[in-house]
Design a protein around this ligand. Structure first.
Ligand code: PEP
Ligand code: MN
Length: 339
């Protein structure tokens, strides 16, 4: 960390600041120039709050050199993390995983039928929400435990591991028992109490979606919360961010793929459904994601999108989903992967 001091800083206050850093275990590199006096802080600055240092009257500016995250940082863990979900591996050079299923679980027969159809299309995991974070309190809120048990039955019948969203730490025991991948939704990305709870209380892989309006660094810091609390199995999921654009539900930020791979060792998957909000754009965005190096895709699939209990406009019909996987497989091979 580099601290630039004000030109007129009194020597006594500079010494006080330097002594304080030394007492915290930092080595100091002092560099006095004609116009600037710079202090280099050498050591682990993960816990240092640069805004707090800036509050010091003799400090002009503070520049962070090291990232504020450690567990997820590629620098300290150069090899890709590969996360195992019932034998399906996510990350590294493993096969690109495709997860398909409805936005919400809509009953046993329905989820079992969709599960079989996404499996036949080439998906290796089933998604389905039983606890739904809806904008309106009057909208369908999910089948809750009944929905989770329907997902379990769909897994029994098809063998597909199941992914579902957890909204409250009260649900952790239920998810630990039944669910294979625990999704933390965009709206809860900065629910730090929940992140700590899934870090401490479950060893299941966590699919951490990017918040509606969060920077990549904030998202990585949320992964860090889960990891620092004991659960290192984090899969990141980009699902579009809020911008001024109205032709799509959100704006899909595909640049996260190379950035996440550069900054972290965690797998990154793309959700083109919530990103675009429109079934017409899902295939092209999926192909682009695969070309850009994504480790997986999570896509909403419904046999009758016009009747879906949530997010029908962005659901692909099973036949379209199968076509998409076929095309994505061809692109995957171009980038040295498979689906
Ligand atoms: C979902 O996956 O159905 C969902 C609500 O996602 P997000 O948190 O990305 O909006
Ligand atoms: Mn949805």
């Amino acid at each position: 960390m580099i601290i630039t001091l004000k030109n007129d800083a009194p020597q006594r206050l500079i010494q006080q600041l330097v002594d304080e850093f030394k007492s915290q275990g930092f080595e100091i590199h002092d560099s006095v120039g004609k116009n600037y006096h710079i202090i280099g802080l050498i050591g682990d600055t993960t816990n240092v709050d640069e805004r707090q240092i800036k509050a010091n009257l003799i400090v002009e500016n503070v520049t962070r050199i090291a990232s504020p995250y450690k567990k997820s940082n590629r620098f300290f863990h150069p090899e890709d993390s590969i996360i195992d979900v019932n034998g399906i591996k996510i990350g590294g050079k493993e096969k690109i995983v495709v997860i398909g299923g409805p936005c919400s679980v809509e009953g046993l027969d329905h989820i079992c039928s969709i599960a079989q159809q996404v499996k036949d299309a080439g998906a290796v995991m089933l998604r389905g929400g039983a606890y739904k974070p809806r904008t309106s309190p009057y909208a369908f809120q999910g089948l809750e435990t009944e929905g989770i048990l329907d997902m379990v039955e769909a897994r029994n019948r098809t063998g597909l591991p199941i992914v579902s969203e957890l909204m409250d730490s009260d649900q952790i025991d239920e998810f630990e028992k039944y669910v294979d991948v625990i999704q933390i939704g965009a709206r809860n990305m900065q629910n730090f109490t929940l992140l700590k709870a899934v870090g401490k209380r479950t060893t299941k892989p966590i699919l951490l979606k990017r918040g509606l309006a969060n920077t990549i660094e904030e998202w990585i810091m949320s992964a860090e919360y889960i990891m620092a609390n004991g659960n290192e199995k984090v899969i990141l999921c980009e699902r579009g961010i809020r911008t001024f654009e109205k032709y799509t539900r959100n704006t899909l930020d595909l640049s996260v793929i190379p950035i996440i791979k550069e900054k972290t060792h965690l797998p990154i998957i793309i959700d083109p459904s919530h990103a675009t909000g429109n079934w017409k754009y899902i295939e092209s965005m999926s192909l682009a994601a695969v070309a850009a190096g994504a480790d997986g895709l999570i896509i909403e699939v419904h046999d009758r999108p016009e009747c879906a209990w949530s997010d029908g406009a962005q659901c692909l019909k099973p036949a379209k989903f199968a076509e998409l996987i076929k095309k994505a497989r061809a692109i995957a091979q171009v980038v040295g992967r498979d689906i």
